[in-house]
Design a protein around this ligand. Structure first.
Ligand code: NAI
Length: 332
């Protein structure tokens, strides 16, 4: 098939071109995000491949349908950026990559936790400047601490096991507790208990109506003032303004974020020579106890290989067999 890749980066090209030696599709790589203007870059492509910060609303889908596009292939697991009702009306199938590497995300959550706790980022800068003092670099033993995991699906379970390996007590909250987790020693508790008891809290649940601003002012008030909060899941799980207030009041020990509420306009792009217009984000970066990475938790060689492999398999299955593999369910 002729495939239009939007929002494509050098690393996307590398992994997709390598994987395409097994498929022989024709690629057009477009750097801009897909949106109401850039949709006109599509000419005769029959599949469109997009990432999480592309705009796939009804207007864009209408144009794509008119241009003869037959398939929307998401190179992500999440699909909250796609207007599925419009896709259904237009009879445009949407396929995705349900899981690429839960280890990548769980391990990045641990990386944020360890870096923050032992001030590795600050120590690195200090040593490079010839400052070998230890002031303000003190951390805490993870061994014996209580770690609260919100969402014990694929990623939350791996994170829990790693934390158990550190000698932590792992407690969890999930709308659907998993018997395997109980078997491995994870204790399910209520959300209130988790927020109250945990020294470290890590978010691994999806973003939906129920979990929007799960970490709000009330939740923050329940936490220990020394809490370490890690979010590698979705930015909108956390009310950023409430978190900033809590940071200012010194009611959060450490904060590690790989995702941010308004990340669509910032992440994955190089703004190092521009003025950042998002004052809330800029304020976050001023705290010494906050560490932000830009949605890179998934970004390992294994995950990129799997994303390219599954996406091209999805497209080939559709082209050769008319099969919608890893299709996103339309709303009922
Ligand atoms: P999963 O579907 O395997 O697990 C999600 C878990 O959350 C399930 O056990 C589910 O029962 C639970 N859950 C649902 N609603 C809940 C609620 N209201 N309260 C508590 N728990 C709830 O998903 P997986 O693969 O573990 O991914 C988790 C999240 O990680 C994804 O939703 C996504 O937002 C994020 N993610 C982040 C990436 C990154 O690069 N930063 C990459 C991939 C995923």
């Amino acid at each position: 098939m002729k495939i239009a890749f939007f929002n494509s980066k050098v690393y996307d090209r590398e992994y997709f071109l390598q994987e395409n030696t097994h498929h022989h599709h024709e690629f057009r790589f477009y750097e801009p995000h897909l949106n109401h203007q850039t949709v006109n870059l599509v000419t005769d492509e029959t599949a469109v491949c997009v990432f999480i910060n592309d705009c796939v609303d009804a207007q864009v889908l209408n144009v794509l349908k008119d241009k003869g596009v037959k398939l929307i292939a998401l190179r992500s697991a999440g699909y909250n950026h796609v207007d599925l009702a419009a896709a259904q009306r237009l009879e445009l199938p949407v396929v995705r990559v349900p899981a690429y590497s839960p280890y990548a995300v769980a391990e990045h959550a641990v990386a944020l936790l360890l870096t923050l706790n032992r001030r590795i980022h600050r120590a690195h800068n200090r040593v490079r400047e010839g400052d070998f003092s230890l002031h303000n670099l003190i951390g805490f033993d993870l061994h014996g601490k209580t770690v609260g995991v919100i969402g014990t699906g694929k990623i939350g379970q791996i994170f829990s096991k790693i934390m158990q390996g550190f000698g932590c007590r792992v407690i969890a909250y999930d709308v659907t507790p998993d018997p395997d987790c109980v078997q491995s020693g994870v204790e399910y508790v209520s959300l209130t208990e988790l927020l109250t008891l945990s020294d470290v809290i890590s978010l691994h649940c999806p973003l939906n109506d129920e979990t929007f601003h799960l970490i709000d002012e009330r939740a923050l008030e329940l936490m220990k003032s020394s809490v370490t909060l890690i979010n590698t899941s979705r930015g909108k799980l956390v009310d950023t303004k409430a978190v900033i207030n809590a940071l200012k009041a010194q009611r959060i020990g450490l904060l590690g974020l790989d995702v941010y509420e308004e990340e669509e306009t910032l992440f994955f792009e190089d703004f190092s020579s521009s003025v950042i217009q998002d004052d809330v984000f800029s304020r976050l970066l001023t705290f010494p106890n906050v560490l932000v990475t830009c949605h890179q938790a998934f970004f390992t060689q294994e995950a990129m290989g799997k994303i390219a492999h599954v996406t091209l398999e999805n497209i080939s299955q559709f082209e050769h067999n008319g099969v919608i593999q890893n299709g996103v369910d339309y709303p009922s």
